[in-house]
Design a binder for this molecule. Structure first.
Ligand code: SF4
Ligand code: SF4
Length: 92
């Protein structure tokens, strides 16, 4: 008998194989003017979907980019941000 495979997420940073964006009811929005580029949000994100490597502002400061295809809306980044630059907003 052929077994049915179910894609379960048992480890952090594994959702690149499972788009978890549709799980969300809220999404994070980042105020890049308030952001100080500390990377805490990127480090705490269980899905590894906040990129700190490829976005700089005009002054050369590193800024986060969130890949919403893989953000499940857990809001850990909001709680971790030391300057309250991230807030959750409704995502329909
Ligand atoms: S809400 Fe923030 S911490 Fe949670 S998955 Fe989305 S980007 Fe990552
Ligand atoms: S935790 Fe806040 S201040 Fe730090 S990089 Fe993320 S958004 Fe910017």
């Amino acid at each position: 008998m052929k077994r049915k495979t179910i894609n379960l997420i048992t480890q952090p940073h594994t959702t690149l194989h499972n788009k978890t964006g549709p799980w969300r009811t809220e999404k994070p929005e980042t105020d890049l003017n308030t952001c100080i580029g500390c990377s805490f949000c990127s480090k705490i994100c269980p899905e590894g979907c906040i990129d700190m490597d490829n976005n700089r502002d005009f002054a050369g400061k590193i800024k986060p980019v969130t890949d919403l295809d893989y953000c499940k809306g857990c809001a850990l980044c909001v709680h971790e941000c030391p300057v309250k630059a991230i807030k959750m907003v409704k995502d329909y």
